[in-house]
Write a protein that binds this ligand. Structure first.
Ligand SMILES: C[S@@+](CC[C@H](N)C(=O)[O-])C[C@H]1O[C@@H](n2cnc3c(N)ncnc32)[C@H](O)[C@@H]1O
Length: 330
């Protein structure tokens, strides 16, 4: 985590290599704004500030409500600071991971009134050729959201065993052809670029799959990116800390983009909404567990077709929202 605007980790403009502009359209924006509409004062955290699309709209929504943005990608932090500069001290952006949210809030002991998690990768990351997130450009196999992290995609692609690759492809992207793809990767090593990897995956899948729909390597790229950035493992601790820190009436919104992410979000919110009893099922409850939140939408909400037409990258979005309860309110 870096709390200082001048921290060296936020100075890596080289990470913008490829000159992709930071054009990420905020997903399900009106649904997000609806949830935070009633919160007029108090801190909102945008835990995945990215290109600050949601953050700007949240700052415009309530004239005195402050916002703290967090991102693990130093180039996103730099862009977000720039885009939110006009809001002065009302907007602050820190370099850090969202599972550090507890520590970050402890620094100045601020009460949390709302939090937004817009999970996954930004259009800017996908569209910056040199970062290796996309099968559309030839680049070194990197895929790190934070270039200071140790694990790169090249290590996974060139050193993981076949079993590890199969597990990763299944768990992170429900890949149907995990065995064939893992086998082709192993027999094509060493693999140096995203283009080579994309071609290997394309040849590994059945011809009928190659001919239709999206590029057959999309799922493989997604699975490797999720593993490089330990994306799934960070969601539960981050949401649990956030729920603990929210004041009564405080609200949480999570946007996820594939079933693996949404399963975790649903599980954490359901447990918080049900109250997890730790007593043996054969005995009456004496642990006093109580629900911590109420779900604001009983079911997952998906983007409208009009939004998907405007922004095809919103198509896989899944929206969930909850409100913190006060003790004894349930
Ligand atoms: C979908 S984009 C957010 C876009 C943003 N809502 C906007 O409107 O511009 C996701 C962002 O979350 C960041 N991110 C992903 N995992 C993170 C984590 N564990 N901690 C902090 N930031 C993370 C990524 O670097 C990326 O910039």
């Amino acid at each position: 985590m870096s709390l200082l605007p001048g921290d060296s980790s936020s100075n890596s403009m080289e990470h913008l290599a490829g000159n992709a502009t930071f054009d990420h359209l905020p997903v399900m924006l009106s649904e997000v704004l609806d949830v935070f509409e009633g919160i007029k004062e108090g801190l909102i955290v945008d835990a995945t500030v990215g290109g600050a699309g949601h953050a700007r709209a949240l700052l415009q929504q309530a004239p005195t409500r402050p916002l703290l943005g967090i991102d693990r990608d130093p180039s996103a932090v730099e862009v977000a600071r720039d885009r939110l500069a006009e809001f002065g001290r009302k907007a602050q952006v820190l370099h850090g991971r969202f599972d550090e949210i507890g520590q970050i809030l402890d620094v100045d002991g601020r009460e949390l009134h709302g939090a937004l998690f817009d999970l996954g990768v930004s259009s800017h990351q996908l569209d910056t050729p040199g970062r290796g997130f996309s099968h559309r450009y030839s680049a070194p196999l990197d895929m790190r959201m934070n270039p200071h992290d140790a694990l790169e995609a090249a290590t996974i692609v060139n050193t993981y065993s076949e079993d590890e690759l199969v597990r990763l492809l299944r768990a992170n992207s429900d890949e149907r052809f995990a065995h064939r793809i893992a086998n082709s990767i192993i027999s094509s090593r060493p693999i140096e670029t995203t283009k080579e990897l994309a071609d290997i995956v394309r040849s590994a899948v059945p011809a009928a799959v190659r001919r239709k729909g999206r590029h057959p390597a999309m799922r493989t790229f997604q699975a490797i990116r999720i593993a490089v950035n330990s994306e799934l493992a960070l969601i539960e601790p981050a949401l649990t800390q956030t729920i603990e820190r929210l004041r009564p009436g405080g609200r949480l919104v999570v946007l996820s983009y594939h079933s693996g992410e949404d399963r975790i979000v649903k599980h954490v919110l359901r447990e918080a909404a049900d109250g997890v009893c730790l007593c043996p099922s054969s005995l009456p409850c004496i642990c006093g567990s109580e629900p911590n939140v109420r779900l604001l939408r009983r079911k997952v909400v998906r983007p409208t077709t009009a939004e998907i037409d405007r922004n095809p990258r919103a198509a896989s979005a899944r929206f969930r929202a909850a409100e913190r309860l006060s003790v004894g309110e349930a």
